[in-house]
Design a protein around this ligand. Structure first.
Ligand code: NAD
Ligand code: WQD
Length: 337
């Protein structure tokens, strides 16, 4: 039986393919390469010693999906494919709704038609908006502040309604906190498109000399050092979470959300210090005004994921930073070496 991995050539998808293949799963990737290329998957093949089957195509292409489901013996779908930049989503919201919402809808329709009901979805802690308190539990109210977040909440809502309508569905909504790091081999990692939006890729690009200095977005938040606090988790831990979620959806029906985070919050300045320690490089920075839409503090209560799917983050900040630096320094131009 095969696991269909949409968006499997991307950052989190490629790391998840490694874990799935190493666990003996048969993996089929569907990706349109809008934010990736075939190169990460070649490296996944080299890392695992196994071929990665790949279809270049789009989740919005219903005819293609029907053909894939009819040609292959697919048991479950891990759905990463989508657009993910919060700022961009405010500029081109229709593209976000089309890729993330209409694309997911087309995928779910094709799954239903093919009788495939096991679904693992890449959601995000962004569905909690600005939480009233931390750590964040899955039962907290959901509220979103930008089109990207709205696409995640809309797909979550679709999944909840679907599972309520038909007891054959078995859906895990994985709410990722802040994924960072890279595979310890240094062969796969995150390749930001243009100027990085996220903190860790920005730090690594400063360290390698591609950017002058980091802008720390605000030091007047109500946090211990005034800078924003987040729950950064190693992408390999996150990838393992998908394996655990797949085991769960194979056994239990319904639609359940799980926080995937470490439960530990770190500030922007904690991150700079941890990176400097792991890499031996200086990261010059300046304090700049807050970034619109940012919140002070966000970290998970990951207890439910541990009790329900047996998942817990194992890797700490030092490893995350060392692996980010190995990836950046060995691949200064990402996959275009
Ligand atoms: P990514 O951009 O590296 O990977 C997404 C992949 O999906 C890319 O390979 C892209 O080419 C592909 N894709 C996009 N639209 C497609 C379409 N219509 N059809 C087929 N393929 C398509 O992103 P990532 O960081 O690996 O994120 C994966 C998922 O996790 C996304 O859904 C994202 O919203 C979600 N997520 C990411 C983060 C994060 O910080 N990276 C946090 C929370 C949630
Ligand atoms: C982390 C902290 C910034 C860059 C975003 C999305 C979220 C999810 C993960 C997809 C904050 C500060 C950052 C910089 C900085 N993605 N920062 N200088 O904003 O927590 O989450 O990515 O689902 O939906 O919103 O992550 O890495 O952008 O920022 O000071 O150059 O670093 O203010 O405190 P964020 P981030």
């Amino acid at each position: 039986m095969t696991v269909l991995v949409t968006g499997g050539a991307g950052y989190i998808g490629s790391h998840t393919c490694v874990e799935l293949l190493e666990a003996g799963k048969d993996v089929l990737v569907l990706d349109n390469f809008s934010n990736s290329s075939a190169e990460p998957l070649k490296r996944v093949e080299a890392l695992t010693g196994q071929p990665v089957r790949l279809i270049e195509g789009d989740i919005r292409d219903r005819a293609l999906l029907d053909k894939v489901f009819s040609d292959e013996n697919i048991e479950s779908v891990v759905h990463f494919a989508g657009l993910k930049a919060v700022g961009e989503s405010t500029e081109i919201p229709l593209d976000y709704f089309e890729n993330n919402v209409a694309g997911s809808l087309t995928l779910l329709q094709a799954m239903k038609a093919a009788g495939v009901f096991q679904f693992v979805f890449s959601s995000s802690a962004t569905v909690y908006g600005d939480p009233h308190t931390v750590p964040i539990q899955e039962s907290f109210p959901l509220q979103v502040t930008n089109p990207y977040g709205r696409t995640k909440l809309m797909v979550e809502d679709i999944c909840r309604d679907l599972a309520a309508s038909d007891e054959r569905w078995s859906i895990a909504l994985l709410r990722y906190f802040n994924p960072a790091g890279a595979h310890p081999s240094g062969r796969i990692g995150e390749q930001p498109n243009g100027i990085p939006n996220n903190l860790v890729p920005y730090i690594t690009q400063v360290a390698i000399g591609q950017r002058d200095k980091l802008s720390v977005f605000g030091d007047d938040y109500n946090t211990p050092d005034g800078t924003g606090v987040r729950d950064y988790l190693h992408v390999v831990d996150l990838a393992v979470g998908h394996l655990k979620a797949l085991e769960k959806v194979a056994k239990k029906t319904g639609c359940i959300a799980y926080n995937l985070g470490t439960g530990q919050g770190y500030s922007v300045l904690d991150m700079v210090k941890a990176f400097e320690k792991a890499s031996g490089k200086d990261v010059p920075y300046q304090i700049t005004p807050r970034r619109p839409g940012d919140i002070a503090c966000c970290y998970a209560d990951p207890a439910f994921a541990e009790s329900e799917i047996g998942w817990k983050a194992e890797k700490g900040l030092d490893e995350m930073m060392a692996d980010s630096w190995r990836w950046q320094s060995q691949n200064p131009n990402g996959f275009e070496n």
